[in-house]
Design a protein around this ligand. Sequence first.
Ligand code: COA
Length: 169
Amino acid sequence: MKIGIYPGSFDPVTKGHLDIISRAEKLFDKLIVAVMVNPDKQSTFSASERVEMLRRATSSLPNVEIDSFDGLLAEYAKIYHATAIVKGLRALSDFEYEFQMALTNRKLNADLETIFLSTNAENMFLSSSMVKQVARFGGDISPFVPSCIAKDIQQRLLQEREAKRESNQ
Ligand code: COA
Protein backbone atom coordinates (compact mmCIF):
# COMPACT_ATOMS: atom_id res chain seq x y z
CA MET A 1 0.00 0.00 0.00
CA LYS A 2 1.46 3.34 -1.05
CA ILE A 3 1.03 5.94 1.67
CA GLY A 4 1.72 9.64 1.17
CA ILE A 5 1.83 12.32 3.84
CA TYR A 6 0.89 15.93 3.20
CA PRO A 7 2.08 17.87 6.26
CA GLY A 8 1.44 21.48 7.18
CA SER A 9 0.11 23.79 9.82
CA PHE A 10 -3.18 24.33 7.92
CA ASP A 11 -4.02 27.30 10.11
CA PRO A 12 -6.53 27.29 8.39
CA VAL A 13 -6.74 25.02 5.34
CA THR A 14 -7.12 27.04 2.12
CA LYS A 15 -8.17 26.31 -1.45
CA GLY A 16 -4.45 26.14 -2.26
CA HIS A 17 -4.02 23.22 0.15
CA LEU A 18 -7.18 21.57 -1.14
CA ASP A 19 -5.89 21.74 -4.70
CA ILE A 20 -2.70 19.92 -3.63
CA ILE A 21 -4.69 17.34 -1.60
CA SER A 22 -7.05 16.50 -4.45
CA ARG A 23 -4.16 16.06 -6.89
CA ALA A 24 -1.89 14.18 -4.48
CA GLU A 25 -4.53 11.67 -3.35
CA LYS A 26 -4.53 10.24 -6.87
CA LEU A 27 -0.84 9.34 -6.52
CA PHE A 28 -1.23 7.12 -3.45
CA ASP A 29 -3.50 4.41 -2.07
CA LYS A 30 -3.88 6.59 1.00
CA LEU A 31 -2.95 10.23 1.60
CA ILE A 32 -2.59 11.28 5.22
CA VAL A 33 -3.01 15.03 5.69
CA ALA A 34 -1.11 15.70 8.90
CA VAL A 35 -1.59 18.80 11.01
CA MET A 36 1.92 19.31 12.37
CA VAL A 37 3.66 21.89 14.54
CA ASN A 38 5.87 24.52 12.98
CA PRO A 39 7.77 25.77 16.06
CA ASP A 40 8.38 29.14 14.36
CA LYS A 41 4.65 29.88 14.17
CA GLN A 42 2.03 30.81 16.73
CA SER A 43 -1.16 29.07 15.61
CA THR A 44 -4.58 30.75 15.67
CA PHE A 45 -6.74 27.62 15.55
CA SER A 46 -6.16 24.65 17.88
CA ALA A 47 -4.93 21.38 16.36
CA SER A 48 -8.38 19.82 16.84
CA GLU A 49 -10.09 22.76 15.12
CA ARG A 50 -7.69 22.48 12.18
CA VAL A 51 -8.28 18.73 11.96
CA GLU A 52 -12.04 19.25 12.01
CA MET A 53 -11.90 21.91 9.25
CA LEU A 54 -9.74 19.63 7.12
CA ARG A 55 -12.15 16.72 7.65
CA ARG A 56 -15.08 18.83 6.45
CA ALA A 57 -13.14 20.18 3.47
CA THR A 58 -12.01 16.71 2.32
CA SER A 59 -15.16 14.70 3.11
CA SER A 60 -15.67 13.84 -0.57
CA LEU A 61 -12.16 12.39 -0.98
CA PRO A 62 -12.21 8.69 0.08
CA ASN A 63 -8.41 8.14 0.03
CA VAL A 64 -7.72 11.03 2.37
CA GLU A 65 -7.26 10.65 6.12
CA ILE A 66 -6.75 13.56 8.50
CA ASP A 67 -4.50 13.31 11.54
CA SER A 68 -2.38 15.50 13.80
CA PHE A 69 1.05 14.93 15.27
CA ASP A 70 3.29 16.94 17.57
CA GLY A 71 6.77 15.66 16.71
CA LEU A 72 9.21 15.11 13.90
CA LEU A 73 7.76 14.55 10.45
CA ALA A 74 10.47 11.99 9.64
CA GLU A 75 9.44 9.93 12.69
CA TYR A 76 5.76 10.21 11.85
CA ALA A 77 6.50 8.94 8.33
CA LYS A 78 8.30 5.92 9.82
CA ILE A 79 5.30 5.03 11.99
CA TYR A 80 3.04 4.88 8.92
CA HIS A 81 5.64 3.39 6.54
CA ALA A 82 5.01 6.34 4.24
CA THR A 83 6.49 6.26 0.75
CA ALA A 84 6.71 10.01 0.34
CA ILE A 85 6.03 13.45 1.74
CA VAL A 86 4.04 15.75 -0.53
CA LYS A 87 4.59 19.50 -0.52
CA GLY A 88 3.14 22.27 -2.67
CA LEU A 89 5.54 24.77 -4.19
CA ARG A 90 4.11 28.22 -4.73
CA ALA A 91 6.95 30.37 -6.01
CA LEU A 92 10.70 30.26 -6.32
CA SER A 93 10.88 31.83 -2.85
CA ASP A 94 9.46 28.59 -1.34
CA PHE A 95 12.15 26.49 -2.91
CA GLU A 96 15.16 27.01 -0.64
CA TYR A 97 13.21 26.40 2.57
CA GLU A 98 11.41 23.37 1.13
CA PHE A 99 14.66 21.91 -0.22
CA GLN A 100 16.29 22.31 3.20
CA MET A 101 13.34 20.53 4.86
CA ALA A 102 13.35 17.74 2.28
CA LEU A 103 17.08 17.07 2.75
CA THR A 104 16.80 17.19 6.54
CA ASN A 105 13.88 14.76 6.48
CA ARG A 106 15.83 12.37 4.25
CA LYS A 107 18.83 12.50 6.61
CA LEU A 108 16.49 11.58 9.47
CA ASN A 109 14.67 8.89 7.47
CA ALA A 110 16.70 7.56 4.53
CA ASP A 111 13.67 5.93 2.88
CA LEU A 112 11.68 9.12 2.75
CA GLU A 113 11.27 10.98 -0.53
CA THR A 114 9.68 14.42 -0.89
CA ILE A 115 7.48 15.07 -3.92
CA PHE A 116 6.78 18.67 -4.91
CA LEU A 117 3.58 19.57 -6.71
CA SER A 118 3.37 22.98 -8.32
CA THR A 119 0.62 25.18 -6.98
CA ASN A 120 -2.03 26.42 -9.41
CA ALA A 121 -1.36 29.93 -10.67
CA GLU A 122 -4.44 31.32 -8.89
CA ASN A 123 -3.12 30.08 -5.51
CA MET A 124 0.42 31.27 -6.07
CA PHE A 125 0.13 34.15 -3.63
CA LEU A 126 -2.31 32.59 -1.20
CA SER A 127 -1.35 31.84 2.40
CA SER A 128 -3.19 31.03 5.62
CA SER A 129 -1.90 34.27 7.19
CA MET A 130 -3.33 36.31 4.34
CA VAL A 131 -6.71 34.61 4.76
CA LYS A 132 -6.70 35.37 8.51
CA GLN A 133 -5.82 39.00 7.92
CA VAL A 134 -8.66 39.47 5.41
CA ALA A 135 -11.12 37.72 7.77
CA ARG A 136 -10.08 39.80 10.81
CA PHE A 137 -10.90 42.99 8.94
CA GLY A 138 -14.26 41.66 7.78
CA GLY A 139 -13.25 40.99 4.17
CA ASP A 140 -14.75 38.20 2.08
CA ILE A 141 -12.58 35.07 2.34
CA SER A 142 -14.83 32.85 0.19
CA PRO A 143 -12.47 33.03 -2.83
CA PHE A 144 -9.64 31.63 -0.69
CA VAL A 145 -11.03 28.87 1.54
CA PRO A 146 -13.35 25.86 1.04
CA SER A 147 -16.95 27.11 1.16
CA CYS A 148 -17.98 24.68 3.95
CA ILE A 149 -15.64 26.35 6.47
CA ALA A 150 -15.57 29.99 5.28
CA LYS A 151 -18.35 31.23 7.60
CA ASP A 152 -16.86 29.58 10.71
CA ILE A 153 -13.41 31.04 10.08
CA GLN A 154 -14.84 34.48 9.44
CA GLN A 155 -17.01 34.44 12.59
CA ARG A 156 -14.26 33.11 14.81
CA LEU A 157 -11.70 35.73 13.70
CA LEU A 158 -14.14 38.63 13.88
CA GLN A 159 -15.10 37.58 17.44
CA GLU A 160 -11.43 37.32 18.36
CA ARG A 161 -10.77 40.82 17.01
CA GLU A 162 -13.78 42.21 18.87
CA ALA A 163 -12.63 40.60 22.14
CA LYS A 164 -9.15 42.10 21.69
CA ARG A 165 -10.63 45.54 21.04
CA GLU A 166 -12.74 45.33 24.20
CA SER A 167 -9.80 44.21 26.35
CA ASN A 168 -7.75 47.16 25.02
CA GLN A 169 -10.43 49.71 25.98
N1 COA B 1 -1.37 27.05 -1.84
C1 COA B 1 -1.46 28.17 -1.13
N2 COA B 1 -0.79 28.37 0.04
C2 COA B 1 -0.01 27.38 0.49
C3 COA B 1 0.14 26.18 -0.21
C4 COA B 1 -0.59 26.04 -1.41
N3 COA B 1 -0.51 24.93 -2.14
N4 COA B 1 1.00 25.40 0.47
C5 COA B 1 1.37 26.08 1.55
N5 COA B 1 0.77 27.28 1.57
C6 COA B 1 0.94 28.33 2.59
C7 COA B 1 0.45 27.92 3.94
O1 COA B 1 -0.89 28.30 4.16
C8 COA B 1 1.39 28.62 4.86
O2 COA B 1 0.91 29.93 5.10
P1 COA B 1 1.29 30.72 6.45
O3 COA B 1 2.80 30.86 6.46
O4 COA B 1 0.60 32.00 6.31
O5 COA B 1 0.81 29.86 7.60
C9 COA B 1 2.70 28.73 4.08
O6 COA B 1 2.34 28.52 2.73
C10 COA B 1 3.73 27.73 4.49
O7 COA B 1 3.14 26.45 4.42
P2 COA B 1 4.03 25.14 4.59
O8 COA B 1 5.21 25.23 3.71
O9 COA B 1 3.13 23.97 4.44
O10 COA B 1 4.59 25.29 6.03
P3 COA B 1 3.87 25.12 7.38
O11 COA B 1 4.46 26.06 8.34
O12 COA B 1 2.40 25.21 7.24
O13 COA B 1 4.25 23.63 7.78
C11 COA B 1 5.61 21.91 8.77
C12 COA B 1 5.58 23.28 8.08
C13 COA B 1 4.58 21.86 9.90
C14 COA B 1 5.28 20.84 7.74
C15 COA B 1 7.03 21.71 9.33
O14 COA B 1 7.34 22.74 10.23
C16 COA B 1 7.19 20.35 10.02
O15 COA B 1 7.42 19.36 9.37
N6 COA B 1 7.05 20.34 11.37
C17 COA B 1 7.21 19.12 12.16
C18 COA B 1 8.55 19.15 12.90
C19 COA B 1 9.66 18.71 12.00
O16 COA B 1 9.76 17.58 11.55
N7 COA B 1 10.58 19.66 11.75
C20 COA B 1 11.72 19.45 10.91
C21 COA B 1 11.38 19.64 9.48
S1 COA B 1 12.87 19.57 8.53
